[in-house]
Design a protein around this ligand. Structure first.
Ligand code: SF4
Length: 292
């Protein structure tokens, strides 16, 4: 079958080729861990997320914090092993199954969830560059969609993520998911719904304001938004001097004040001190061993 899982539309046979995401037809994972960094309303009683970090990505963001894994080779596993990881993470006390950068494995993830649906919420933690068809296919299997909504202006999407038409594509995908998955909470944990993450990027405050305005006007003021300040320069931002620094407090404040002005009711604010490498998941120091 030719792969058109995401808007890149590579239309290639992944049994014999790799497309833009760099991954063939086998599930490939870089890391499995109990992860404490996700939004608090996605977890229960301060328990960690059960994070499965997939290798490869259909975006190429120059500031990617998961660059270490999204651009490296992982370990190939079967659908059955993925199922076993769901069970291991549940047994280890995870409060959700957090599928990180899962887009290019959507078909195999659906296969795994047909075999076993965890009792804890399954989160599709993606970059927002998603095809409508794929989101439709996932609706019956995924509980929470955690979308990045990175850019309003296409010139930034092309420049920093090599993702033409990002805004149009992401806004359609989020629209579909928000209509199909109204938010449901149990004991303070979102067990179904949509969360939008927006990372504030140095110098792009106007673009951030446009994104928030779109959210307020189209998805409603009760949308759950995670407004992130943790932008961290990477080796790949060296070629982009205008963003090759941490976010200034004033930049975050301007965007945050605009969110307040728009009347957005559920904006998760990040401490500006988190703007640093300490927010990059520590892939090397996790003591819990999962078998795969
Ligand atoms: S999932 Fe990968 S191979 Fe398939 S269309 Fe997207 S980038 Fe191309």
């Amino acid at each position: 079958m030719l792969c058109n899982i995401c808007p890149r539309g590579c239309n290639i046979n992944r049994e014999t080729n790799v497309g833009y995401c760099g991954i063939n037809d086998k599930i490939e994972i870089s890391k499995v861990m109990l992860h404490y960094g996700e939004e608090p309303f996605l977890t229960k009683d301060n328990k960690p997320s059960g994070a499965i970090f997939f290798a490869g990505c259909n975006l190429k963001c120059v500031y990617c914090q998961n660059y270490e894994i999204s651009n490296s080779r992982g370990k190939q596993i079967s659908v059955e092993t993925l199922v076993s990881l769901y069970k291991q993470l549940e047994d280890a006390g995870a409060s959700n199954i957090d599928l990180v950068t899962p887009t290019h494995f959507s078909n195999l993830i659906i296969e795994s969830l047909k075999i076993y649906k965890p009792k804890i919420p399954v989160i599709f933690n993606c970059g927002g560059y998603e095809s409508i068809e794929t989101i439709k296919n996932l609706l019956n299997y995924v509980d929470v969609f955690l979308f990045d909504f990175k850019y309003f202006d296409d010139k930034y999407a092309i420049k920093y993520s090599k993702a033409p038409n990002y805004f149009e594509i992401a806004s359609k995908a989020i629209t579909l998911a928000t209509k199909a998955k109204p938010n449901i909470f149990s004991d303070g944990q979102m067990i179904q719904g949509v969360v939008i993450r927006h990372l504030c990027i140095p110098t792009l405050t106007e673009d951030s304001k446009h994104v928030l305005e779109y959210i307020a006007n189209n998805f409603g003021k009760d949308t759950y938004i995670s407004l992130m300040s943790q932008f961290t320069p990477t080796v790949n931002t060296n070629n982009f001097p205008e963003i090759n620094r941490k976010l200034k407090p004033i930049e975050y404040k301007v965007v945050l004040n605009y969110a307040i002005k728009l009347g957005l009711n559920h904006v998760l604010i990040q401490d500006l001190s988190s703007s640093g490498e300490e927010m990059i998941p520590d892939f090397k120091h996790d003591n819990h061993i999962f078998k795969y």
